[in-house]
Ligand binder design. Structure first.
Ligand SMILES: NC(=O)c1ccc[n+]([C@@H]2O[C@H](COP(=O)([O-])OP(=O)(O)OC[C@H]3O[C@@H](n4cnc5c(N)ncnc54)[C@H](O)[C@@H]3O)[C@@H](O)[C@H]2O)c1
Length: 327
């Protein structure tokens, strides 16, 4: 019997390839540059399954171009690249990779928080410039991190991981979320549920962990930035469009907030020019989940979702299993 045909828009990692190669007839996109839209539409046309990244849109056009497609598995927990209702109406299962990247991403959010709060990159740049004259009492003074108030927007898997790390820094933790966490979670993490307004007004560090949805697009707006303390920092490891970058650049220019550390951007790979030249901004290239182990686990998870479907089982990380009435 012939094996199902699968397009993977990256060579992935050996552990995931081993699973895919054993079960499917594979077509991997291997050139160093990302697959173009035209190439993607052409290659997916005769495929039964797609393993894609957050940079590829699975939308009505792609679904129409791939009449045999049964599953689209994105190697990411965020799935704003997938039109899930459109997948459902085409009877395509959409899957993502929740859970395996929580601690790695929370670590990175924390790295950004510490780096911006304690002026790490300014210190590094000063030494490399050859102009550091040696220690002095008042160089690169910053605020403290320990004991301050941390505001977490989106208290899901990753947001809670960030809160867990804050316990070691003796911080006051506020969170806001569309759904309130169970009491035992709040107690264990010493986290207080507050409305968004209070979080914006009282936090010294605000870290974003909501998914990108119509309701969260530009959640960090001019209006909300103006509620923040002038000494506060913004950290974003969620999705770029959650922050209005132009409003953020203006807020930094006006001294409305003290700084920002960003791993994700509105129009990746572009970054708003008003952010690039600033010393009070740290920019990283969407690497919050980028550890070898975690990225491997994500790819393996995507591969296992495909295997489950073609074995007649419910893919464990299906986003529309109920809508498709999968057993
Ligand atoms: N930078 C990176 O590399 C990277 C890595 C991992 C995840 N992410 C992003 O982080 C996001 C969060 O991941 P997660 O696994 O913690 O997701 P999650 O689903 O566990 O948590 C998201 C939380 O946001 C809340 N939420 C949803 N809509 C909301 C709204 N309108 N207002 C307030 N709260 C709302 C949900 O109730 C949930 O508690 C992902 O969607 C992804 O976009 C980025």
């Amino acid at each position: 019997m012939s094996k199902p045909k699968v397009l993977a828009t990256r060579p992935l990692f050996p552990a995931a390839r081993a699973i895919l190669d054993e079960n499917f007839e594979m077509d991997y996109w291997t050139p160093p540059e990302r697959i173009s839209r035209a190439e993607l539409l052409q290659r997916v046309a005769d495929k039964d399954a797609l393993v894609c990244l957050l940079t590829e849109k699975v939308d009505k056009e792609l679904l129409a171009a791939a009449p045999k497609l049964r599953i689209a598995a994105t190697v990411s927990v965020g799935y704003d690249n997938i039109d899930v209702p459109a997948c459902t109406s085409h009877k395509v299962v959409a899957t993502h990779t929740p859970g395996v990247l929580d601690d790695t991403t929370a670590d990175f959010a924390w790295a950004l928080l510490m780096a911006i709060g304690r002026r790490l990159l300014e210190g590094d740049a000063w030494i490399r410039s050859g102009t550091w004259p040696g220690w002095d009492l008042d160089q690169l003074l910053a605020g403290d991190v320990w004991g301050k108030t941390l505001g977490i927007l989106g208290f899901g898997r990753i947001g809670r991981g960030v809160a867990r790390r804050a316990l070691g820094f003796n911080m006051r933790v506020l969170y806001s979320d569309a759904v309130r966490a169970p009491t035992n979670v709040e107690e264990n993490l010493h986290a207080e549920h507050v409305d968004r307004d209070k979080l914006f007004r009282e936090s010294d560090f605000i870290t974003i962990h909501v998914p990108l949805l119509p309701e969260t697009r530009h959640l960090i707006s001019k209006e909300n930035l103006e509620k923040m303390k002038r000494t506060a920092y913004l950290i974003n490891t969620s999705r770029g469009p959650v922050v209005d970058e132009a409003a953020l650049a203006e807020a930094l220019e006006n001294g409305t907030i003290a700084g920002a550390a960003l791993d994700v951007f509105e129009l990746e790979p572009k970054v708003h020019p008003g952010l690039v030249a600033r010393k009070d901004v740290i920019l990283t290239p969407h690497i919050a989940s980028a550890s070898v182990d975690t990225r491997t686990k994500m790819a393996v998870m995507a591969a296992n979702n495909l295997v489950a479907l073609f074995e007649g089982k419910r893919p464990p990380n299906a986003l529309n299993a109920d809508a498709l009435e999968l057993k």
